[in-house]
Design a protein around this ligand. Structure first.
Ligand code: 13P
Length: 271
C-alpha cells in the first residue's frame, strides 16, 4: 500500500516502536493478532508500521508476507556505514534486504543513553536514504529545556543538524517525530495544542531548509505516552500527521484501538 489515499490525501501514519520488548516468538504472536484485529476500513486511511528489535525482523517480515498482513516493517536504529568493524551494530543495507521500509533515526533513548550525537544522527539518516528507506527523524526537548522556554530553539537545532543539505525531495519524503522527552513513558502526554504548535514549528524549519511546498509534504508525528484515548485529539492537529507509539504498541488490542482512533479523524485540510 502506498502512503497516500487514492484521492491524494496523505494517510495518517501510526508507528509502533517496540523498543527492547518482545522476543521473536512474542513478535510473531503480536503481528498475527494485529492482522486479525486491525480494521480494514481503518487501514484504508492509516498506514501502520511496527519497529521490532533487530532479532525479530526476519520472523516478522516472513509472517507479514506469508499471511499478507498489511503492516509495514520498521527498524529502530542503524549505523551510518554500510559495513565495517562496528561490533554490535546493524547497517542500513542489512535492513533494506529484510524489507524494512521505515527506520527510526536519533530516538532520544539512542541520544541520551547511548551518546548518539547530532552528527551521527545526520549520517545515519543519510544511510537510510541511500538505501531507499524512509528515515523517521526523532527530535524533542527535555523537561528542563521546556521549562526554560527553549523548546523551539532545541527543535530547530535538531532539525537543522539532521536535515541541512538534504534535497527538497528528501525532505518532502522523510518523516519527523516530535517526541518531547518528558512525555516518553511517563503518562504525561503533551496537550494537542502543544503537539500541534511543535509540529508546525518543525514544519516551518523544514521549509527554511527546503521550500514551504516540500515541507508541506513532510509527515510529522507526535510521540510520548500516546494511548487509544488521546490519539484522536492529537492527530486532529493539522500539522500532526500521525503518532509514534511506545508502550501502547506492544499489545495488539491497544495498538489496533489507536489505529482505529486515528482513522476517525477526517483529513480534509490536513498535511
Ligand atoms: P511511550 O509511548 O511509551 O511514551 O514511548 C514513546 C516513544 O518513545 C516512541 O518512540
Amino acid at each position: 500500500m502506498g502512503a497516500d489515499e487514492p484521492g491524494g490525501e496523505r494517510r495518517t501514519l501510526v508507528a509502533g516502536n517496540w523498543k527492547m520488548h518482545h522476543d521473536h516468538l512474542q513478535a510473531i504472536r503480536t503481528v498475527q493478532e494485529l492482522g486479525l484485529r486491525l480494521d480494514p476500513g481503518a487501514l484504508a486511511r492509516v498506514e501502520v508500521t511496527v519497529h521490532p528489535p533487530f532479532t525479530d525482523l526476519r520472523s516478522v517480515q516472513t509472517v507479514l508476507e506469508d499471511r499478507a498482513i498489511p503492516l509495514v516493517l520498521g527498524a529502530q536504529h542503524c549505523h551510518s556505514d554500510d559495513a565495517g568493524a562496528f561490533t554490535g551494530e546493524v547497517s542500513a543495507p542489512m535492513l533494506a534486504r529484510l524489507g524494512v521500509r521505515y527506520v527510526l533515526v536519533g530516538h532520544s533513548e539512542r541520544r541520551q543513553l547511548f551518546g548518539q550525537s547530532d552528527a551521527q544522527v545526520a549520517a545515519a539518516l543519510r544511510a537510510v536514504l541511500r538505501h531507499g528507506m524512509v528515515p523517521v527523524l526523532c527530535v524533542g526537548e527535555t523537561a528542563g529545556e521546556r521549562e526554560a522556554g527553549e523548546t523551539e530553539a532545541r527543535l530547530a537545532a535538531q532539525v537543522a543538524a539532521a536535515a541541512d543539505g538534504l534535497t527538497v525531495e528528501q525532505i518532502a519524503g522523510m518523516v519527523v517525530a516530535y517526541e518531547p522527552i518528558w512525555a516518553i513513558g511517563t503518562g504525561a502526554t503533551a496537550t494537542a495544542d502543544d503537539a500541534q504548535r511543535a509540529c508546525a514549528h518543525i514544519r516551518a524549519r523544514l521549509g527554511d531548509l527546503s521550500s514551504p511546498e516540500a515541507a508541506a509534504a513532510t509527515r510529522i508525528l507526535y510521540g510520548g505516552s500516546v494511548n487509544p484515548d488521546n490519539t484522536a485529539a492529537l492527530v486532529a492537529g493539522p500539522d500532526v500527521g500521525g503518532v509514534l507509539v511506545g508502550g501502547a504498541s506492544l499489545d495488539a488490542a491497544s495498538f489496533s484501538d489507536i489505529v482505529s482512533a486515528a482513522a476517525t479523524v477526517r483529513r480534509s485540510s490536513r498535511r
